[in-house]
Design a protein around this ligand. Sequence first.
Ligand code: UGA
Length: 441
Amino acid sequence: MNAPNPREPIGVIGTGYVGLVTAAGFAELGSDVWCIDIDEAKIEGLRNGIIPIWEPGLAELVEKHRGRLHFSTDIADALEHARLLFVAVGTPPTYSGDADLSAVHAVVDAMPPSDTHALVMKSTVPCGTGESVQRLFAESGKDGFRYVSCPEFLKEGSAVKDFLHPDRVVIGDDGDWAGDAVAELYAVLDAPIVRTDIKSAEMVKLASNAFLATKISFINEIANVCEETGADVIEVAAGMGLDDRIGPKFLKAGIGFGGSCFPKDVSALKQLAGNSGYHFQLLNAVIEVNELQKRRVIAKLQKHLGSLVGKEIALLGLAFKPNTDDMREASSLVLTARLQAAGSHIRAYDPVAEEEARKLITGAEFTESAEAAVTGADAVVIVTEWPEFGELDLVALADSMRGSLLVDGRNMLDPDRVREAGLIYEGVGRPSAGGVPAPAV
Ligand code: UGA
């Protein structure tokens, strides 16, 4: 198969967040894209314009490029039309914390011998996966099949924008035609392209996510110390972030990171290191701080309410972050379970994640609006910083509650405005009611 001009057609295997955004993004850049998934219902839905995930701009892009996007359950369709097959299947954590590569291996097994095709790995995989896939190809007489690592750095909630305006594109390959073909596809984007070897590309992805997670756990610990000392973590982060070497991003203290990537990738990197005999001490702390951070909300509730038995707690936001319906590893899951175990009744509201949340949270009451959730509540906890919570009428909210405690788990509200409405404000790492504890002597 010759490289077609001007835009190379591609295959995308796996139509989850990464796969569908990659497919729609390359269609926007002019490629025909053959999207493959083993889930027949999903493929049937996509053929009929039903997008299985909530991601801003994605449905519009898929609709716009219906002529270029082809959906099938048969990998042969992609092999027939494209030489580059982007792999975007799930690599969830196993019980051991390693990445589960069974979906990746199923794709590798399904490939026929070929000298004209390449797998382009988008899924996040441990360092060394490319080497083991190449070994599998060699052992099964498919050594002509090329392999490229091209990790994805998009964020849920801004995935389409991130695809079209990446900070960088990383391409790890063995110096053959496939790496050049992938680089050619991305060349139209105004972004630096990093060409490197396969293992280094795999490591860039894991190290980037681990570093960002470390930044979050770091600022969360600073926030916890701020609570002890009376400093305000927002002021502290602003002052730190002006240093170019630190930067202002990912310094928002809160109730911990969640999602399908950070928890999984931090643990996968820790296990990867451990499996080769290296004890990655720092990552243990990053994980532990994150777990404890979710639970600190409970202590804040108890500080004001005493026992939580029979208390009505309203949770505003359930998704792991705004602009997504993704509930994977959301802090709300731990919070709900802990509160229910402590005897509280939960009323929960999320603008888009309710359907996903209902699959994972039992025994809670789901409401149709933030106002309905807070009515009669002893305390309100902002779990996800959906913009609409910034617009809440705080005086009306205070009037409708039974109690008067607001725990702002994402530091999204102005504490003075909350207090002026007659509520008690507890943020994360901000001066709070009850003041600073006396210094230890
Ligand atoms: C993350 C990375 O940001 C992407 O670059 C990467 O491609 C993706 O994982 C992945 O590996 O697929 P994502 O999980 O979509 O993206 O979401 P983020 O916006 O990074 O947020 C992750 C979590 O960190 C959220 O729970 C968020 O609330 C939390 N967070 C983020 C903070 O608590 N504080 C911050 O300052 C930033």
